[in-house]
Write a protein that binds this ligand. Sequence first.
Ligand SMILES: Cc1ncc(COP(=O)(O)O)c(C=O)c1O
Length: 210
Amino acid sequence: MPLDQLNHSIIYFDNAATSWPKPAGMMAAMINYSEQIGGSPGRSGHHRSLDAGRVILEAREALAELFGCNDSLRIAFTKNATEALNIALLGTLSPGDHVITSGMEHNSVMRPLRYLEAQGVQLSVVSCSSDGILSPEDVLAALRPRTRMLVVTHASNVTGTIQPIAELGKIAGRHGILFCVDAAQTAGALPIRVDDMAIASSPFQATNPF
Ligand SMILES: Cc1ncc(COP(=O)(O)O)c(C=O)c1O
């Protein structure tokens, strides 16, 4: 069967892993970049480079608005969630730090955490309830004076369970620990307000009033 006919006869269930069909606006933006812009942002003073920089700034500001972030310069682009999570974990945690995570994490969180554990980072993996929810009380009970970060997946790619990130963020904010949310399954689908939910927010980093 020709591919175009096949596409119309399937129901695609893998959207959470790889979206399809791609939005028409995405294709239009890529074609527009290739045909009309073509420069690298922040690399040169000519108009192609400046135009590319403008596109990135607009994307940055749209994302900051979508995710409730008051400073669009805090948006960092990575090629996928695995790379972003590796940067967040490996770039922040040092031997002696304590990190709390859930028993529902994707390998892109667990593998860097297990690597860091072997380097001397203390790791608490808090079990979830039988319906897959991480209890904020259990997270509170796992806190230690050296707790630096709480890392939680927003929604599990295996069960679809949605974690109470607003409540967990309150704990992180109150205790001055970094809150890292793996939103690979939810960004753009469920509301995420990084400032209100204390996600990765530096103002809270200074102290850990455990
Ligand atoms: C919950 C979760 N976290 C992280 C990832 C990794 O995402 P990426 O493929 O963008 O690296 C996935 C991918 O399916 C995922 O489902």
